[in-house]
Design a protein around this ligand. Structure first.
Ligand code: GLU
Length: 462
């Protein structure tokens, strides 16, 4: 049997980390088995579904590199199909018409609550308001006693008391299928073999199995994956900070770090932490997916991101950061200068955005100095140092790193100072602050003309 999985997002918001991990697990499982991975858009909630969310979900999936097979299916285009199957169930006596209005049900629910009773729909109410042309919903006829067994790949057998599941609606009065009904029709007709989803859906599974049985469909296999929690052990939500994939992309994270991190969140392979996407496809099975909730750790994600930044060829980083730099008005180009800057900054960058924030002085004039740095390093005492440096560097013909370094050493010798004593004033003059890559590298990248003029500007500011 060839494996077929799906990701079934509702386009009512952006793709969040939990949804992304569900998508990744389905994608990895399908790719590991050489099977198919499809997308189904659950957009029957006309009010909350938006085109904007849908596009954001597609963008996030593409950014993560989760390619899907075929054209995504949209539930909003399959309403007739759900109607057809609901009517089949009516015809076979597996479902019945219920004329109780939603308002009446709300009243009955309130009445039960006021009495402190547990509310359950009762079959005998079905015919209230019945009559030709009266609107009705369609409800599935469920067993009143017995057990419904769900076999979950991760959790084994889970029993549900059939008596607690009332005759739930499969087709509402407005003609729209309910979530549980549409999901089963689609999962069955799309011939999915494995349903991998969050364990918040576990309570839906017995209901869905009743629909499979009523329609004579084969059951797929189920795997309900634990939720992602924040450090406080509650379900990950906006309270815990950025939770959408798009937010991490915008903060300068790499898709390879996200995939690696989210997969490891809930899946393990010994003590290994770092996996390329190809390795994950090769190694991923449901056997190593954990049963308890995983705790989201933003520092670990950042650590992985820094790892992938260190590994990534400079050319590829250049492509990613150029638009970010130019978005900030840097006038950067895809050239040797940019590649050199990347090599200098990669050890100090945890995100792509760090490259941008740390390279401003390579592209923009230094118009102010950090106050503390200026007070300490741009003084009457350092004026002669800066003057000596300016003179020496002006005389360097061929402005290569080695020649620059030689010139700096000559100044050290001539003034009889420690290297740090000339490097810091120089750094403040060239970058505006006291933190940068090696001063020789900074001088080389900036070039002679800029260096001389910035030193002069610093001297003038004393
Ligand atoms: N659309 C559902 C959701 O976003 C998923 C349904 C399912 O996986 O069965 O939670």
């Amino acid at each position: 049997m060839s494996v077929k999985t799906r990701f079934a997002p509702s386009p009512t918001g952006s793709l969040h980390l939990g949804g992304a991990r569900t998508a990744i697990f389905n994608w990895l499982f399908a790719r590991h088995h050489g099977g198919e991975f499809v997308l189904r858009i659950e957009d029957t909630d006309q009010v909350r579904s938006t085109e904007e969310s849908l596009n954001e979900i597609y963008d996030s999936m593409k950014w993560l590199g989760l390619d899907w097979d075929g054209t995504p299916i949209k539930q909003s285009e399959r309403l007739e199909l759900y109607n057809e199957y609901a009517n089949k169930m009516l015809e076979s006596g597996k479902a019945y018409k219920c004329y109780v209005t939603p308002e009446q049900l709300a009243d009955k629910r309130k009445e039960a609550q006021d009495k402190g009773e547990f509310f359950q729909y009762k079959r005998e109410w079905a015919d209230e308001n019945s009559g030709p042309d009266k609107p009705y919903s369609i409800r599935i006829l469920t067993p009143d006693t017995g057990e419904i067994e769900v076999h979950d790949i991760l959790r084994g057998k889970i029993s549900f008391d059939a008596g607690e599941i009332d005759d739930f609606i499969i087709l509402r009065m407005d003609g729209f299928a309910t979530y549980n009904f549409a999901v089963v029709i689609d999962d069955a007709l799309m011939e999915l073999t494995h349903i991998i989803r969050g364990d918040d859906h576990l309570i839906n599974t017995p209901k869905q199995q009743l629909i499979y049985d009523a329609l004579g469909f084969n059951l797929p296999e189920f795997a309900h994956v634990s939720m992602i929690h924040g450090a406080d052990k509650t379900k990950l939500s906006k309270r815990h900070g950025a939770t959408s994939v798009g937010a991490y992309r915008d903060d300068g994270y790499l898709p390879e770090a996200m995939i690696n991190y989210l997969t490891r969140l809930g899946w393990s392979f010994g003590d290994e932490e770092i996996f390329s996407k190809d390795e994950l496809v090769e190694k991923f099975t449901l056997d190593n997916v954990g049963k308890s909730p995983a705790v989201f750790n933003p520092e670990k994600l950042q650590w992985l991101n820094a790892h992938y930044i260190k590994e990534k060829p400079a050319k590829e980083i250049a492509e990613l950061i150029l638009p970010l730099m130019n978005g900030k008005g840097y006038k950067a180009e895809d050239d040797d200068k940019l590649l050199k800057i990347i090599e200098q900054l990669r050890e100090r960058s945890k995100t792509l955005n760090d490259f941008v924030s740390q390279s401003s002085y390579f592209y923009n004039d230094v118009n102010e100095y950090e106050e503390k740095a200026r007070n300490k390093f741009l003084t009457e005492d350092t004026r002669p140092v800066l003057q000596a440096l300016s003179g020496k560097l002006s005389s360097v013909e061929n402005f290569t790193y080695d020649n620059i370094q030689k010139a700096l050493e000559e100044v050290v010798e001539e003034l009889d100072l420690k290297f740090g004593k000339i490097a810091q004033p120089m750094r403040v003059a060239l970058t505006g602050g006291t933190v940068s890559p090696g001063i020789g590298e900074v001088i080389e990248i900036l070039g002679k003309e800029v260096v001389i003029s910035r030193i002069q500007k610093a001297i003038d500011s004393i």
